[in-house]
Ligand binder design. Sequence first.
Ligand code: SF4
Length: 613
Amino acid sequence: MLAEGGYQVGELAKLYWPEGIEIESSNHLEAEMLTHELLNREQVVLFEPAIRFGDLFARVDILIKNGNEYQLIEVKAKSYDSSNPQILGTRGELKSEMRSYIEDVAFQAFIFKSVIPNARLKTFLMMPDKAKRVTVSGLNQLFKIERVGKHAAVITNPKANKTNIDRNILALVPTDEYIEMIFKDGLSVLGHKHRLHEIVNEWSAAYKIDQKIKPQPGSQCGKCEFRAILGDGLKDGFKECWNETYQLNEEDFTKGTVLDIFKFRGKDRLIAEGRIRMSSVLPDDIEEKDLGEQLSISERQWMQIRGIPPIEDQGGYWIAQDFLRREMNKWTYPYHFIDFETSTVAIPFHAGMRPYEPVAFQFSHHLMYADGRIEHAGEFLLTDLINFPNFKFAQALREQLDHDQGTVFMWSQHERTILNTIIEQIEKVDQPPVNAETLVNFLRSLTSKGGQREMYDLCKLSEQSFFHTSTKGRISIKKTLPAVMSSSNFLRRKYSQPIYGNLKGILSKNFTDTTWWVDNGNGVPKDPYNLLKEFAKDLLGEDLYSVDNDYDGLEITEGGAAATAYSRLQFEELQGHSRKKIEAALLRYCELDTLAMVMIVEGWKELIGANHA
Ligand code: SF4
């Protein structure tokens, strides 16, 4: 919510009805009584009114009463595109990504109709409309976050009511026909439909006596939000469900379940057949596809299940030597490694932008020369509240990369997507940068498929050419870096010295005399991302980051925490030194991401016998 500015959507929606009255009490009974009293008025607009029917209770986002006509509005930060509304699928069914939102409205309407059966009710979802552009800058600066301990409150600027509020930016989508579908077909619970009044009564009865509802595990458990992070001392909801249903023990969890298999589409089928353990996968379940020198998805899956074939095991890893060598021969020195940090917030920062349009606020750039020299060559970070960073970002990137024709590396396609977005933005804004044409040509040279300088995706290369048992089949940079570090003697020798951020070693903009290869006591290197753990507090704030909470779960390296940190810089009233701490942490994390790419390439080069050393 913080990262996406989702809380702002609710506050902006309220500004559409300046006469609205907020029911502030968090006490259910008090809120109900106040709602009841205010609904005695002939006309009223209520925010957060409380409605109850038996044991069913809801706080409605916005309820508008006009005589016997009511409008019930549920405000969501989910993006909506009015130019291509996608609520129903091709067969006329509710699309899965919209279903839970419609079900939410249906539940509230069910309570409302039960309480006031004779009322004429219309229901709506209100969502940021990606088809619309804001006409004023700084709209989201009207809503600031104030933190008190672990609680955050949204403070709306008193000027907001007088500001020219963009009424277009939130779409009001009528949902009556869709909630009728829910009333008719039922709520969808793990692939099964249940009649709404029956299932909510069943759940509310269980809730009342604090009785656990029997879990129905499936492939959705791969993203279970109740997993405990190792060492945090909390109970693990995932293990509880899977132990209760399939009697798995700790050893089974360590060995892995079908949920752990990389890009495996047959999880639900195997789970339905009760084949849960990795060892229960049979040859017919995954057809092995041979792609010659490179690793196919199915070969990667079988390596996870059966282990690396002994004859091909290089010591806990497998590497596509010839394929890697051929790919590396296509690269041109100096190598440029880049990584972007971006943010997509619901309410745009700047006039002319659409909701959820990406903001590119940071990059890091490492260089590797033909003689093996490495340097952290450049970085960009723009977090102030006034400047729209994207064009300055593109300009700074051009200044970094336009001196030569060296290969530009990224990890996954995110960087390409962002550069394509910036091209679109340059072409659509009223006041493009002065050198717009040059800038667009430069950006296109990096993003055009098949172009001479098309950016090279190291993540894809990792998927095709490297498997390490410790990665559990995963290919994120955070999993790949420690795996390559533990396989490469070259990396061990080089980075077990404090050479990083040293004039005689590798130049760095944010580190001094840093040792990245640190033995964890059993000959395996500590995860370099863990070495940055102390800075996670600076990024997220003391209250979001708890010492019991391994930052692993916050996916800092995937950009989640960076985007959250950026939102903090935008929406919290921070003192100068707090801003500086957050910015310093952002710079370190981004630098490690591009250094990680450098180390992975250095490690692979050694493993295929092509290193400089
Ligand atoms: S493991 Fe998690 S996702 Fe799966 S049923 Fe249990 S709580 Fe739900």
